[in-house]
Design a protein around this ligand. Structure first.
Ligand SMILES: [Zn+2]
Ligand SMILES: [Zn+2]
Length: 178
């Protein structure tokens, strides 16, 4: 989804478009290996020229399938993302300015006459997806000894929730103390 800046009328441009999950994963450098699976994406936005800058405000509705980082269960994570961008012509910026970002307003730049809205949408989705997703805040995870799903079943092992690299550390400490 690209916009040619010379096609933006004075009163601005309202846009609605949808993208598939396949499109999203194709647009990422890591493809399907990003750790989550994006389903349908619906975008609405308002694009306006403000002098040489281009302002883009909008919202993205997206369904994402995530894997719980404790129990590895897959679950749906519907997200609504609001975004605002100010894009400045690249020629007008000094290198240092390119890194500027503010709380809920992203500053970026464009080169030539084309703005790639798809790239902005993909970037926003990547930013909003939780890095360590939980199916539930109280997810009990997996037993670090036998691997049983503690949300569903019980085992006789110590049920302390220590997972990942800390599991090994925990065993080490126990041995030392015992
Ligand atoms: Zn879980
Ligand atoms: Zn166990």
């Amino acid at each position: 989804m690209q916009i040619n800046i010379s096609n933006i009328p004075e009163e601005g441009l309202n846009l609605r478009f949808s993208k598939s999950g396949e499109w999203f994963h194709r647009s990422l450098p890591m493809g399907d290996d990003c750790g989550f699976c994006v389903q349908k994406i619906d975008v609405r936005c308002f694009v306006e020229k403000v002098l040489k800058n281009v302002s883009i405000k909008g919202g993205i509705k997206v369904g994402v399938e995530l894997e719980c980082c404790r129990c590895l269960k897959k679950f749906d994570f519907p997200a609504e993302i609001e975004f605002k961008y100010i894009l400045t012509p690249a020629d007008d910026l000094k290198k240092d300015d390119l890194e500027l970002t503010y709380d809920d307003l992203e500053y970026s730049y464009y080169e030539g006459d084309i703005i790639d809205l798809g790239q902005i949408v993909a970037e926003q989705i990547v930013l909003q997806v939780p890095i360590k997703p939980l199916c539930n805040d109280s997810c009990k995870g997996l037993c670090s000894v036998c691997g049983i799903k503690l949300n569903i079943e019980k085992c006789d092992h110590e049920t302390q929730q220590i997972i990942g690299p800390f599991a090994a550390l925990k065993n080490f400490n126990t041995k030392k103390e015992g």
